[in-house]
Design a protein around this ligand. Structure first.
Ligand SMILES: [Fe+2]
Length: 228
């Protein structure tokens, strides 16, 4: 992706969150100069990979396959001192192009995917088959805000604002914003998040992508704090 596309996507996300009166932690708004001024204090932000995360998953088609994410909080299973066993993110998706996260499952992480507002979330799921692919035969059983539901593999599930689905490990899932219903603000509340190791994609994808630096950086991404 080009840096200009990443900057634009983050600006749009900040505008939309502000419309919904959602304010992120202060480091979400830091300029590069602020990051440099706070360099001595950002150890935990860097370790836990908190902050902005923009990816097209290597598809070169951000409008259809990609997202702006912001990791608000995260623990680390290997850190004996800081035992927070949880994580929280925002995930922002364009509805005009039904922008989607690609099908993936997690080995370790259970996550609640929440419609925080702005649009309608459409979610599709498959159990992981024995050969590692998507199981097109067996029903998917999930809890939605505590209520058990059973769906056909790949069935479209419409999640309206305020509602959520709990996705357990080894369930392939993708979600997107329904066209014409508005730019979508998704929340994720989960077990500790390890984006470097715990995303198994159905089709080959890159989680963190190379960036073409055509303009200056407005906000660094979670995997870029080494440049500060
Ligand atoms: Fe996921």
């Amino acid at each position: 992706m080009k840096r200009s596309e990443i900057n634009q996507a983050i600006l749009k996300a900040k505008e939309r969150l502000a419309e919904y009166k959602i304010t992120l932690p202060m480091f979400a708004y830091w300029t590069m100069e602020d990051w440099k001024n706070n360099k001595a204090e950002i150890g935990r932000i860097k370790e836990r990979m908190l902050g902005w995360d923009v990816s097209d998953f290597g598809t070169d088609d951000f409008e259809h396959c990609g997202a702006v994410l912001f990791t608000v909080r995260n623990g680390d299973k290997n850190d004996k001192e800081y035992r927070a066993p949880y994580a929280e993110k925002y995930i922002l998706l364009y509805d005009e192009t039904e922008q989607s996260l690609p099908f993936h499952y997690h080995i370790d992480k259970t996550e609640d995917i929440i419609n925080r507002g702005g649009g309608v979330m459409v979610l599709e799921m498959f159990n992981k088959a024995e050969d590692g692919g998507a199981d097109k035969e067996t029903p998917v059983v999930v809890y939605e805000d505590g209520v058990k539901h059973t769906y056909k593999p790949g069935e479209k599930i419409y999640v309206t604002p305020g509602n959520s689905i709990t996705i357990e490990p080894y369930v392939y899932h993708r979600f997107y914003a329904e066209k014409g219903k508005g730019y979508l603000i998704v929340g994720e509340v989960s077990k500790v998040n390890d984006d470097c190791n715990d995303n198994i994609f159905l089709y080959p994808m890159e989680r963190f992508i190379p960036i073409e630096e055509d303009v200056d950086i407005i906000h660094p991404l979670v995997n870029e704090y080494d440049i500060i």
